[in-house]
Design a protein around this ligand. Sequence first.
Ligand code: GNR
Ligand code: NI
Length: 190
Amino acid sequence: MALLPILTAPDPRLKKKSKPVEAVDDDVRRLMDDMLETMYAAPGIGLAAPQVGELRRVIVLDIDREEVKTGPLFMANPEIIEASNEDVSYEEGCLSVPDHYSDVVRPAKVTVRYLDRDGKQQDMTCEGLLATCVQHEIDHLDGILFIDHISALKRNMILRKLLKARKEKERDEAEGKPAKDKAKDAEHAL
Ligand code: GNR
Ligand code: NI
């Protein structure tokens, strides 16, 4: 297993549409396993392949909450086949949009059809945080970030701040300063 670097916005690869996998073979399984390890290390509750620079329709999730303990979920070619008329708003974050959080409105309940880690087709009906997260991950496969669901004013403010933070990080690294701690990210992961 290996930890993969996570791309952050703005990055042109995060705006691209990912391609379906032809089959869940050993190569796809290796990507899934590396993504899960990368997601746990981040830490995060979901990760989509384009976030690690792989433009393939593969996502992993693990929502470990009191109400729902899914364990690790691996999905290739996930598709929403049914969505509720009822919507919910959830404060979302993204490993590719570090340190920014916004309320996003999405269907409260969705059914997702996908190929599991063994290549078997499955349908799963999701509610609560899992429903939000699976929609957030499938958006990544279509080049959509949660900030694309908020006002252009707020989105552009976040993108400007991300660019500024990246420049400061590059400058600090060039000067040999230590990286900032990740306690704040951990707090927002769930
Ligand atoms: O770790 C994550 N938390 C999260 C919280 C609310 C809504 C969506 C998410 S997904 C995010 C990890 C990530 O960026 N996945 O693409
Ligand atoms: Ni994300």
